[in-house]
Design a protein around this ligand. Structure first.
Ligand code: ADP
Ligand code: ZN
Length: 730
């Protein structure tokens, strides 16, 4: 059955591989086992029930909390010729009747409804007359009172399942707290071994934090890195949304504002214009985003600090759902921290207040960290980082960020924690260090400690930054309930002077370059032509452009220049339905463009397009497989991921990179090879010098020349780098 699933993936959706977890989840559902699927936003949850729906005899009922999400799904399914419909209050009586009839006559494979509709007797009766093969519960965290979005109607869904004992149930959510998970499993009778949790890392998102100094200018500069692309700017307040959107509009940007203070008609209109690419930028409060599924949002800018990591993660998660690179920038100012603290002070429940403060501190730790940004982010989801250097955040990419030796400051802080009995929070410790006369200090006689008044060289704010870094690097732990700081085993080493402590106290003030990575190496002029056509077709059919073709699809078209239906079917996202609908139109555009520019189709062993070769003029032979790998590599996939995906060794991927560069092509970010080698700069220099001396033909002399200290995989990577570097010099 899973083979059939793979075939459906290719034939209907035009995708060649399942994503991580999708295969196991779909296999489980096809085996008719109730399943819980936990995947981040953009992880590809929809396919987990859409593919079983197509393979099962009978109907799949999809429960969804939001009308806009249902409509979006149905629009996309219709574009794929998959018979599906919604039942909800947005339909006219006539449409509603039509849809009921389609379901009754078994002309429909998927029906989307809200839980309250699904629980109506008339609807249950109708569904009982047809075979319900599968019940999919989207946004399943709504079942749990512990979730952030509890909906009482969801609580009744177990009744629905009782009516359809032979239907398999799949619950899907992007929220993963253990409490919510076990609640969902209990309610929907899902066994523990049918729970699948995908990694929450979103490797295609480039994460960056900049100190907020001139936010408007910083924002416009960032937007300019993404011309004509869709982006979201999040602000903390409605007023800020109104001001910023007006200002951007006045400066000629294509922008619309969105917040809960607008009428629902205005909000819908804003959302719809964004989805249809009629407007590029939405400036919004956190009210925006839940109801949209737009896959090609290329950036998210946080104009203000989010209140917690959960929110930050959810909001950046709206970028790059299609898997292509996307940029996330957070402008971080201490003034914003004050505003959030003010909100927190208004909370009357002490426990809630402590919780909110804890969440804010986690967010600050992410904003201030000098290590990989993914570290605190994944820590939040109780995941560990796979690679110390993610190569997709400002800290990992920017070696210029200076860390200084703060061992003495760390020792002062840690020893003050120790001397005050490991019961106090950072603020009190800092008061002691800075010699405050506050009553709490005197009451506890902390003015008599040896660590009293020994820390005036740093401001309170700087000490705060240091304390968060000590926490984050595991030298301190914090009592969850009362916030008291305690020393860990690691602290002892720093206190004794055995281990130095390096950190960054002053936030970097230089703007590191945002990735703006050339995610799509397609011929830009052709991409523009194809995009314009996509927009025209979408408007004609009253659907969003991404329901015609995804960005990645257009870029691949402008990269491989397919000239025939079979080659077009090889392109990501082109299945039979899309081929029938749009194939001819797009093939014509591509071939006209190729004729005008003297370009040929790129397939196995054929001529490569001029654009992929960013710098050289000669035409080159490169295999289709190599190009496929290069395409994914240039799109941001790392070597290990590619090896797993293609079920080959990393060495094979390296070989493709080698072939590509030897053929005279250039990788756009060769420094990624250096990072992948995980060697220090000194080692890299040694290897490159050795290549200089011994040439690149054979690696054995290099390996020996370096006393077997650098392994072959690393040498392979650096050889590619060296060769590209050389050809650039020529
Ligand atoms: P989620 O519901 O988890 O947020 P979606 O189901 O909307 O995510 O999928 C996000 C995007 O990823 C969609 O554009 C979808 O077409 C694409 N996608 C999903 N699975 C695959 C796959 N196996 N290969 C390529 N693209 C995929
Ligand atoms: Zn990183």
């Amino acid at each position: 059955m899973i083979d059939q699933a793979s075939k459906t993936l290719k034939d209907v959706f035009g995708f060649s591989e399942f994503r991580q977890s999708q295969k196991a989840i779909i296999g489980n559902v096809l085996d008719k086992k109730n399943t819980l699927a936990i995947m981040p936003t953009g992880g590809g949850k929809s396919l987990c029930y859409q593919i079983p729906a197509l393979l099962f005899d009978g109907l799949t009922v999809v429960i969804s909390p939001l009308i806009s999400l249902m409509q979006d799904q149905v629009r996309q399914l219709h574009a794929l010729n998959i018979p599906s419909c919604v039942l909800n209050s947005s339909l006219s009586t006539l449409e509603y009747q039509d849809n009921l009839q389609a379901i009754g006559e078994q002309r429909c494979k998927l029906v989307f409804l809200a839980p309250e509709t699904a629980l109506q007797n008339s609807v249950i009766e109708l569904l009982r007359c047809v075979t319900v093969a599968c019940i999919a519960i989207d946004e399943a965290h709504c079942i749990s009172e512990w979730g952030h979005d509890f909906r009482p109607e969801y609580r009744q869904l177990n009744r629905l399942l009782e009516h359809f004992p032979s239907a398999v149930c799949i619950a899907l959510t992007a929220t993963a707290t253990p409490r919510v998970r076990s609640d969902i499993k209990r309610q929907l009778l899902i066994p523990d071994n049918s729970e699948f949790i995908a990694s929450f890392d979103r490797p295609n998102l480039y994460l960056e934090v900049l100190p907020k100094d001139n936010p408007y200018q910083q924002a416009t500069r960032f937007i300019q890195l993404h011309p004509e692309q869709s982006g979201i700017i999040y602000c903390l307040s409605r007023k800020q949304v109104d001001e910023l959107s007006s200002k951007l509009r006045a400066d000629g940007y294509s922008v619309v504002g969105y917040h809960a203070g607008l009428s629902s008609a205005k909000r819908n209109e804003a959302q719809e214009r964004f989805i249809r690419d009629d407007v590029h930028i939405v400036v919004a409060t956190i009210a925006f985003g839940m109801g949209i599924n737009k896959p090609d949002v290329r950036y998210v800018l946080h104009y203000d600090l989010p209140k917690n990591i959960e929110g930050y993660y959810q909001q950046i998660g709206r970028a790059g759902r299609d898997g292509l690179s996307a940029d996330c920038l957070l402008l971080f100012g201490y003034g914003d921290t004050g505003k959030i603290r003010y909100f927190i002070d208004q909370i009357s429940d002490e426990q809630e207040k402590r919780l909110a403060t804890g969440h804010l501190n986690q967010m600050l730790a992410l904003a201030e960290t000098d290590t990989c940004r993914r570290l605190p982010l994944l820590q939040y989801f109780a995941e560990t980082l796979q690679n110390e250097n993610c190569a997709k955040c400002d800290n990992c990419c920017n070696e210029a960020k200076q860390k200084s030796d703060l061992t003495v400051a760390a020792q002062k802080f840690l020893s003050c924690v120790y001397r005050t009995g490991e019961r106090f929070g950072a603020s009190h410790i800092i008061d002691v260090l800075r010699g405050s006369n506050a009553e709490k200090i005197l009451q506890n006689q902390h003015n008599l400690l040896s660590t009293y008044n020994i820390g005036n060289e740093y401001s309170k704010k700087q000490w705060m930054v240091l304390s968060r870094q000590l926490l984050q690097k595991g030298l301190l732990s914090q009592d969850e309930q009362f916030g008291g700081l305690r020393l860990t085993q690691q602290a002892a080493d720093v206190l004794k002077g055995n281990t130095p402590f390096f950190a960054q106290l002053q936030h970097a003030t230089v703007s590191s370059k945002t990735s703006s990575s050339p995610a799509q190496p397609g011929d830009p002029a052709l991409v523009q032509i194809l995009k314009a056509e996509r927009k025209r077709l979408a408007d004609n059919d009253n659907i969003p452009p991404y329901a015609v073709f995804a960005d990645r699809t257009l870029n691949e078209m402008a990269y491989y220049f397919p000239h025939s239906s079979p080659s077009l079917l090889q392109i990501h996202g082109v299945g039979q339905a899309k081929l029938d609908k749009y194939g001819e139109i797009f093939l014509r555009l591509i071939s006209t463009y190729c004729q005008q520019n003297n370009l040929q189709e790129v397939s196995n062993g054929q001529t490569l397009s001029k654009t992929v070769k960013s710098s050289s003029q000669t035409s080159v032979k490169t295999s289709g497989k190599t190009l496929e790998i290069i395409y994914a590599f240039e799109g941001g996939d790392d070597i290990e991921a590619l090896a797993t995906q293609h079920k080959v060794k990393a060495a094979t991927i390296n070989k493709h990179l080698y072939d590509y560069v030897v053929a005279g092509n250039c990788l756009t970010q060769p420094e990624r090879l250096l990072r992948a080698s995980k060697l220090s700069q000194i080692e890299i220099d040694r290897v490159l010098t050795t290549f200089e001396q011994h040439g690149t033909e054979r690696l054995k002399p290099i390996y020996d020349g370096l006393n077997s200290q650098i392994n072959y995989e690393q040498l392979h990577l650096l050889r590619v780098y060296f060769l590209q570097h050389k050809s650039a010099e020529i």
